[in-house]
Design a protein around this ligand. Structure first.
Ligand SMILES: [Zn+2]
Length: 401
């Protein structure tokens, strides 16, 4: 495939502007965020997909949403091979937040030069438009890979009615490739292939409550907890000290975060301290190893003075990394070299994206796009040039190896 041909995507400029503007104006908020769901946006997207070979619906039932459903659309253009490159986009957006911080109506597209402002412009409208444009272009070519377009609901509020539902209902091939264009960098040089494991622990350290003038008769849970937490902090950092330069920071992090309020008055010795740890663990360790260490440590503390130390796991998420040598990553790097002359770098992140659901299900998944990073902010925008340039990359990924 020669580059001049792929450059015909530039003629879709006005179409890109029209679609992104329409998407911004259809407010697709999940019921948790006070909205009626994604059905109107899904119907608009469906009206644009007349160039595809197959369209399937995997709607999830949700009585709170308009028409009682949370739509999930899977469309495909057949290539020479059955093997499919899937681009995964989400239709829902987050609320506008504080309206006073916006310089325009968040649900009305405002165009300033290359930028289109509005809630959901970048997250994830840009990806929806790039995917549709790439699909439209590929339907007139004869791509090597089949090109799949996935538009899901409920990404911002847990994916239960979106990706998780889809992965239960739809059988993808182990051989398929997945790209989630939901985070990225301004020049498109970062490909996210791994996420740290996330583990949230709630620790309850007990003592004996009583008058502050009689520490000889009571046991201060707050003082006890401070010592225990600091010791645990050190033990976790030294036991799980591996480094991996894919990530920034390159090590696991263990942060004591929330502390629940204890007694109401300054002259009472608290009898219970409740604190939390946010742990982001390199994938070379398992969360179970961390949990076991903490449990053993707390058991020791408990046996020292006979007062209880409890632990509860609040959040426990992990997904296997996608290999740097996986086909989706190699194809992406090649496309970026050809189209942009850049050497893209695989990276890991400390957060949790919807790519983890695909990785957990055993599919090679990369997270990539070109954006300024305005998701969830006031005055969110997308650049039309990024929409077009990312569409070229999506198309090239499917065209040939
Ligand atoms: Zn998003």
């Amino acid at each position: 495939m020669s580059q001049p041909e792929i450059n015909t995507l530039e003629s879709y400029n006005n179409l890109a502007l029209e679609i992104i503007s329409n998407l911004i104006e259809i407010k697709a908020l999940s019921p948790e965020n006070g909205g009626y769901g994604e059905i109107d946006k899904a119907e608009y997207i469906l009206s644009l997909l007349d160039f595809t070979d197959e369209i399937e619906r995997f709607d999830a039932e949700d009585g709170r949403a308009k028409k009682g459903i949370r739509p999930n659309i899977v469309a495909r253009i057949k290539g020479e091979r059955q093997r499919t490159l899937w681009i995964v986009c989400h239709m829902d957006v987050v609320p506008e937040g504080d309206l006073k911080l916006w310089e325009s109506n968040p649900f009305k597209a405002e165009v300033v030069d290359d930028r289109v402002y509005g809630r959901g412009a970048e997250d994830n409208g840009q990806a929806i438009v790039s995917t549709i444009l790439a699909g439209k272009f590929l339907s007139e070519q004869n791509p090597e890979l089949s090109f799949g377009m996935i538009f899901v609901s409920d990404e911002e509020t847990g994916s239960r009615f979106g990706i998780q539902h889809l992965l239960k209902e739809k059988k993808f091939s182990r051989d398929d490739l997945f790209l989630v264009p939901d985070t990225g960098s301004p020049d498109g040089s970062l490909i996210e292939i791994a996420e740290k494991n996330i583990l949230w622990l709630k620790l309850e350290i007990f003592g004996k409550q009583g008058h502050a003038s009689r520490p000889d008769m009571f046991y201060n849970a707050s003082r006890r907890a401070m010592k225990i937490l600091l010791e645990l902090d050190e033990i976790l950092h030294s036991r799980f000290s591996a480094e991996n330069s894919l990530f920034d920071p390159p090590h696991s992090t263990f942060e004591p975060t929330k502390r629940e309020k204890n007694v109401d008055n300054p002259n009472t010795i608290p009898g219970l301290d409740v604190s939390y740890f946010d742990c982001r663990v390199l994938p070379s360790y398992t969360n179970d190893e961390v949990i076991e260490l903490v449990r053993k440590f707390l058991d020791e503390k408990q046996s020292e003075d006979g007062f209880e130390c409890r632990m509860e796991v609040i959040q426990n998420e992990s997904s296997p990394p996608t290999s740097e040598d996986s086909e989706i990553v190699l194809r992406l790097k090649k496309a970026l070299r050809t189209l942009r002359g850049i050497e893209a770098k695989p990276v890991g992140i400390g957060g949790n994206t919807c790519a983890s659901f695909f990785r957990k299900a055993g599919y090679e998944t990369a997270v990539w796009s070109t954006l300024d990073g305005k998701a969830h902010e006031p005055n969110e925008y997308a650049r039309i040039s990024n929409i077009i340039e990312d569409a070229k990359v999506f198309a090239m990924l499917a065209l040939s190896a």
